[in-house]
Design a protein around this ligand. Sequence first.
Ligand SMILES: Cc1cc2nc3c(=O)[nH]c(=O)nc-3n(C[C@H](O)[C@H](O)[C@H](O)COP(=O)(O)OP(=O)(O)OC[C@H]3O[C@@H](n4cnc5c(N)ncnc54)[C@H](O)[C@@H]3O)c2cc1C
Length: 278
Amino acid sequence: MYPAQFQYHRATSVQHALDLMAQHGDDAKVLAGGHSLLPVMKLRFATPAHLIDIGRVSGLSGISESGGTIVIGATTRHADVASSALIKAKAPLLAEVAGHIGDPLIRNMGTIGGSVAHADPSADLPAAMMALGATMELTGKGGSRQVSADQFFVDVFQTALGSTELLTAIRIPASSGACAYEKNPDPASGYAIVGIAVQLTTSGGKVSSARVAMTGLGPKPMRLAAVEAALAAGADAASAAAKAADGIAFIDDARGNASYKANLARVYTKRAIARAMK
Ligand SMILES: Cc1cc2nc3c(=O)[nH]c(=O)nc-3n(C[C@H](O)[C@H](O)[C@H](O)COP(=O)(O)OP(=O)(O)OC[C@H]3O[C@@H](n4cnc5c(N)ncnc54)[C@H](O)[C@@H]3O)c2cc1C
């Protein structure tokens, strides 16, 4: 299938991209790796008249550390995140999750910013963003603002990004703490039927705080607050994971009924916590 006709623009800087976005408004879409946008255009679910390619904007790609914070440019490819020595040392959960995305072709083309901005409810990275306490840098003509991952994901394919804003960078507090990502992949696409990201902070061999986030079983990624509280209170993996479905109204759909989904949440949460604790 072929997309509808569009005009292609190659942005040369963030400012140039913002100018093009302001000029073309709702008729335009930003293009990063194209691995979510182009399939949607081929199906004609999206028919933008203008594509603004940010893939070659210098300064939008790369991984660095500044004052205990890891800064990742929006157009950094999944493969570069997964293989980065800095990410492996200072945000190992993110390296693990990025390595779970799709296949090598997807990881070599798809970008961290594209995945996060697209906010597919079955994508892997949104759960990692929440578990890691990431902050999104959103840049518009008036400057940049910082939005926490907890506030960024709004609903199915909906984020806090304004229509004339670009996601320019993602910031993650450096951490070498215990972590794990456990995913049940869809056998056809590789997307998460369920994915549980766990980041633990330990003190004296005990869990002092925990961030646990789930993707795949709802309209957007979510923190599992009851599990986090149980872990902070000293619960083991099994008893903390037993709370994974607490307070969540799962719905019956083509992927399974609500009780099956609640069970998936508990099983994968237990696996992720147990491996993180090891
Ligand atoms: C066969 C296949 C399998 C896949 N498997 C997985 C998987 O297992 N797990 C998973 O998580 N994902 C999977 N993906 C999705 C993949 O990770 C995509 O690359 C990613 O979701 C989108 O990144 P992109 O750079 O390709 O973005 P694009 O497709 O270029 O853009 C996606 C959307 O985000 C917007 N956008 C992009 N960048 C920005 C920005 N900086 N600021 C504002 N808006 C922006 C675009 O306008 C568009 O609406 C798969 C994709 C395919 C085709």
